[in-house]
Design a protein around this ligand. Structure first.
Ligand code: OSB
Ligand code: MG
Length: 374
């Protein structure tokens, strides 16, 4: 493909969530989302979403740091690199340390652009093989155990194949006991978002083994592969790493240390398809199951997550779920819908495969900036 990158248009949109989402690190009621639109000299556009949150609590990035890094450093590096193929973007942006969510917003947009130019669905262009992806849900911390159980029941009735609940110190063992009493045999995971520490929380974490969990996601600090390895040695339940896996090297080292048995891949966290595919290929070669995580995305990020989830090795249900769980009206048409079997069909149209509703984006825009890519 001979790309002729022309311009990058950034927009910040604000969208209230249908319901607040609470994790061990905080509560989100509305998303401020950076949308990247990259145009080619032929007039075709590709779209990406920067999933950085409003505050630096999931990782170090925020929408505001991503905006700055993108306009000041990413756009000039891309212009200088004279990109001809989407696959070259991740290497061209390698001089930027960290800030992978900023990189991913633009990198994924260029992949969408390239797929549209060759008139193929992006998931096929990436080498995806699965025409249906398996869906789970991530349910945030709730005010009461009863509220959580009601939410789980509703999601199960919708057909979702796996329930993941958030835990934090003080909202863990008792909560799980109640959930397991209500639903003895569902496929259930927990996600701590790095809220526990060794050695002091060891005996508590050990008790999680009693609840027949599919996995325990990111119990310890992001940089702490060593303690995850110690913990994994003592647990029957599989650990899954999310925040800890930022690069391909992290995935390789986590595997070599036996710090986890499962990896959650997020496009934003790892800097886009370039790095995500390296992790996916490594995991596939080493029989490490992977699944696609979520960051409360709008339809654009959600469509990219669907494309990623079609790759070989994405065998476990991901956190990619229906638009309606998050938004009253999404910015893509049709919105993402999930079948009664808890699956999403890979789209058949070119690029991300959903129509981006520019008018809706325009109505939600609170900030806009255009930078040259030539
Ligand atoms: O840890 O997977 C996570 C949301 C924001 C930040 C981190 C996480 C999450 C989720 C929700 O669990 C996933 C989703 O439904 O998009
Ligand atoms: Mg997580």
């Amino acid at each position: 493909m001979n790309l002729r990158l022309k311009e990058l248009e950034l927009r910040e949109i604000e969208m209230p969530l249908v319901a607040p989402f609470e994790t061990s690190f905080g509560r989100t009621t509305r998303r401020r989302i950076m949308i990247a639109r990259v145009s080619d000299a032929r007039g075709v556009c590709g779209y990406g979403e920067c999933v950085a949150m409003e505050e630096p609590f999931y990782n170090h990035e925020t929408i505001d740091t991503a905006w700055l890094i993108t306009t000041k450093f990413i756009a000039p590096l891309l212009a200088h690199a004279r990109i001809e193929e989407a696959a070259q973007v991740s290497r061209a942006l390698a001089p930027v340390r960290g800030n992978r969510m900023a990189i991913a917003g633009v990198e994924t947009a260029i992949w969408d652009l390239e797929a549209r130019l060759i008139e193929r669905p992006l998931w096929q262009h990436l080498g995806g093989t699965q025409t249906q992806i398996r869906c789970g849900v991530s349910i945030g911390l709730q005010a009461t155990t009863e509220a959580l159980i009601d939410k789980i029941r509703i999601e199960l009735e919708s057909g979702y194949q796996r329930i993941k609940i958030k835990i934090k110190p003080g909202k863990d063992i008792e909560l799980l006991r109640a959930v397991r009493r209500a639903f003895p045999s569902i496929t259930l995971s927990v996600d701590a978002n790095a809220a526990y520490r060794l050695p002091e929380d060891f005996s508590l974490l050990k008790q999680l083994d009693d609840y027949d969990l599919l996995m325990i996601e990111q119990p310890l600090a992001p940089g702490d592969l060593l303690d995850h390895a110690k913990l994994q040695r003592e647990l029957k339940t599989a650990l899954c790493l999310d925040e800890s896996i930022v690069t391909f090297t992290d995935a390789r080292q986590a595997h070599e240390l036996s710090a986890c048995r499962i990896i959650n891949i997020k496009l934003g966290r790892v800097g886009g398809y370039g790095e995500a595919r390296k992790i996916q290929a490594f995991a596939l070669a080493h029989n490490v199951p992977v699944w696609c995580g979520g960051m409360l995305e709008s339809g654009i990020g959600r469509a990219h997550n669907i494309a990623l989830s079609t790759l070989p090795g994405f065998t476990l249900p991901g956190d990619v779920s229906a638009s309606a769980r998050y938004w009253t009206e999404d910015i893509i048409d049709p919105p993402v819908i999930v079948s009664k079997q808890g699956t999403i069909s890979a789209p058949t149209k070119p690029g991300i495969g959903y129509e981006v509703t520019e008018a809706r984006i325009e109505a939600l825009t609170v900030r806009q900036e255009t930078v040259s890519l030539r």
